[in-house]
Design a protein around this ligand. Sequence first.
Ligand code: A2P
Length: 278
Amino acid sequence: MASSTPTPQLTLSTGAAIPVIGLGTWPLDDSQVAVTVADAVATGYRLIDTAAKYGNEAGVGQGIRDSGIAREQLFVTTKLDGGYQGNDRAIPGLDASLDRLGLDYVDLLMIHWPLPAKDLYVDTWNSFGKLLAAGKTRAIGVSNFKPAHLDRLIAETGVAPAVNQIQLDPTLARAETRSYNTAHGIVTQSWSPLGRGDTLSNPVITGIADRLGKSAAQVILRWHVQLGLSAVPKSASSARLAQNLDIFDFELTSEDMDAIAGLDQGEAAAQDSDVIGH
Ligand code: A2P
């Protein structure tokens, strides 16, 4: 069922607005994602998150066309594959993504991983500036960057990302990166905000959910929103897509927020590596 109220938005450093909840599309393949994107747009989603590495940009583009929505009503994010990092290599990299998506521009282009061993993210960032100036992306950001990577990017280019998308859920709350981002005007966006589903059965979460008459996923997504984050949960189920967007008619108390903060297990739980290919 379509949500009757528009999803609240955060303002990026560019002045553009980004919805606080969007659709994550990993690991859906082209045919699954085409159906899911069209379903999500009909449900009220306006932020769709993909990546070259997910191998599903063509399906995302198909889903957008199938949805019938006007392009300017959507916020579409993609991420540059590591193989395209380097001086001006991002330019053909984004062109290839746009071809697969069937779009003239994306709303946000991210460096998918810093890949510090390659030492190319500063060069890549300079190329992103050219893509921004050319109008092929409306904003530029990064994913999986830690404060040390961001420090270097900002020191060497003077340009802070609009968004840093990181793995973040109640067991991996990433306070240090969040506060760095906030101090530098960078919106923090959470990938795998439900901890890939693993946090849904946590008794602290289910206790709050039972008291409020909400689902565990709704409580967790509400926690992200109350922390001032944007989050991109993935679901391939129509009912769960709708549920994940229906989180704006209740509030967690400060005691709830504190109880959820107690679930943080620190950075050791992070999967910040290429191995998972997210
Ligand atoms: P499904 O696609 O079958 O709904 P994350 O976004 O943190 O990676 O989590 C995604 C996982 O959580 C998927 O396995 C997804 O399964 C599941 N999921 C997404 N939304 C919900 C929900 N509202 N309730 C239960 N499970 C959910």
